[in-house]
Design a protein around this ligand. Structure first.
Ligand code: ADP
Ligand code: ASP
Ligand code: MG
Length: 414
């Protein structure tokens, strides 16, 4: 069996869904497990709706907009009136859940119940369109497959139960494609959970790992994995081949083309991951496997970074006990350090800006340390750098920190 994953951009409109069907038809000799994300920017829209409702403001216009978007797509696909009724019913359930929100409850629980509607809607449309295109398919709810704990918003997978669910499904007599939602899991009580934003790539990897799939293909709006995000740099090169290790490192430094948790479940089983362009399905894309790939200089940008420097209040040297106190507090505040640096009297840490975490961290440590900070910084990482790349990157930049290892150069600048 092979696993396909279609992201938001690939199913953003009727044309995208028709293209998905064409790709599935092209692989009709294969047994396919197909994972689909929410259409376009639906997850952002649902987050916005929840924020409104949580603040006790009206979300009516936003809900109407989202409803029209999905109904319009279904109509452009010439789906049956029954499908329109089904989509309307899904929206009724969404509105009911929004009306039942209790601000005294757990925000993250509500978050997962609400944002999961994006994938439920997209897979309902895809399921019916495939069926009408005579592509036999079974829609299975991901919450019945991917079992997680109840850390809503960032749930941990229970691999044993997930594997049992998936194996049972695949041993069954289902013919045709199995279709399910990305991003969603389910807890022991039958509630939806989510795997973290952009988590559908990870869903595909979880499924592939558990069913020992032959390969995973994630269909994207780019030619494959490139040497930089084409939205940021004009001149890029495509990788034909990357090793799991290099791909994992790229995602660690912030390359958003693949969700960071995707690589490990695949490398553990040696399952190749193809990153392919959905607009040119016959193109080679990039293959990620145990094979060594090309060492091309690769640029990864992380915007909206915060730098905090902690100095001892009596100008004494920073020692290990200070470092341990600071690192413990970073962990308490769930802050992931993207870069760290220490000097004789100070220790600096760089992380993705988040106001609440920043306030919690500075409140906890200001008694013992004098604190300086900068917001709105950019962290550039160049993997496999050459000296000329470094020299060019530094031109006209007001930089605060630079760090080099043998393979990786990092620059933090304003
Ligand atoms: P999906 O919704 O299918 O998960 P994403 O938007 O998450 O797709 O990922 C694809 C996007 O990742 C591309 O449109 C591109 O702008 C961005 N991207 C960032 N870094 C890279 C890179 N190194 N190679 C290719 N694309 C990249
Ligand atoms: N729809 C989810 C998101 O936008 C998951 C995904 O697309 O991977 O974060
Ligand atoms: Mg993504």
């Amino acid at each position: 069996m092979i696993v396909f994953k279609f992201g938001g951009a690939s199913v953003k409109d009727a044309e995208g869904i028709q293209n998905l069907a064409k790709i599935l038809a092209h692989y009709s000799d294969k047994k396919i497990f197909c994972v689909v994300s929410a259409m376009g920017k639906t997850t952002n829209a649902l987050e916005q709706i929840l924020t409104k409702v949580w603040a006790k403001e009206s979300a009516f216009e936003f809900i109407e907009h989202l409803k029209n978007y999905h109904l319009q797509t279904a109509m452009e696909l010439e789906l049956d009136i029954d499908v329109i009724i089904e989509l309307n019913e899904i929206f009724e359930r969404l509105e009911l859940q929004l009306n039942n929100i209790d601000q005294k409850g757990d925000y993250n629980f509500y978050y997962d119940q609400i944002v999961s509607y994006g994938e439920l809607l997209s897979t309902t449309i895809v399921h019916h369109f495939l069926a009408e295109s005579e592509l036999e398919n079974w829609l299975v709810h991901a919450k019945d497959l991917i079992r997680t704990d109840n850390r809503y918003g960032d749930a941990e997978v229970n691999w044993e139960l997930t594997q049992a669910n998936l194996q049972k499904l695949c041993e069954g007599k289902l013919t045709g494609t199995i279709l399910t939602q990305g991003f969603i899991g389910g807890d022991s009580e039958g509630n939806c959970t989510t795997l973290g934003r952009e988590g559908s790539d990870f869903s595909a990897a979880i499924i592939a790992h558990c069913i020992n799939a032959e390969s995973v293909s994630i269909w994207k709006d780019v030619a494959g994995v490139l040497t930089a995000d084409p939205r940021i740099m004009q001149e890029t090169q495509k990788f034909e081949q990357i090793s799991y290790q290099d791909a994992a490192e790229m995602t660690y430094y912030g390359a958003v083309v693949i969700h960071p948790k995707t690589i490990l479940p695949l490398s553990q089983k040696g399952i190749p991951l193809y990153v392919k362009p959905f607009l040119q399905p016959e193109a080679s894309g990039t293959v990620i496997s145990h094979e060594k790939g090309q060492d091309l200089p690769t640029y990864i940008y992380k915007f909206n970074q915060t730098l905090i420097s902690f100095a001892t209040r009596d100008s004494s040297f920073i020692h290990e006990k200070n470092l341990s106190d600071i690192l413990k507090e970073l962990s308490n505040c769930h802050i992931h350090a993207n870069l760290m640096q220490n000097s004789a009297t100070s220790f600096s840490v760089i992380f993705d800006s988040r106001k609440v975490a920043f306030t919690q961290l500075t409140n906890a440590l200001q008694e013992h340390f004098s604190i300086k900070y900068n917001h709105e910084l950019t962290l550039l990482t160049i993997k496999n750098y050459l000296e000329e790349n470094v020299a060019l990157a530094k031109i006209n930049k007001d930089f605060l920190i630079e760090q080099k290892t043998r393979n990786t150069f990092q620059l933090l600048y304003k």
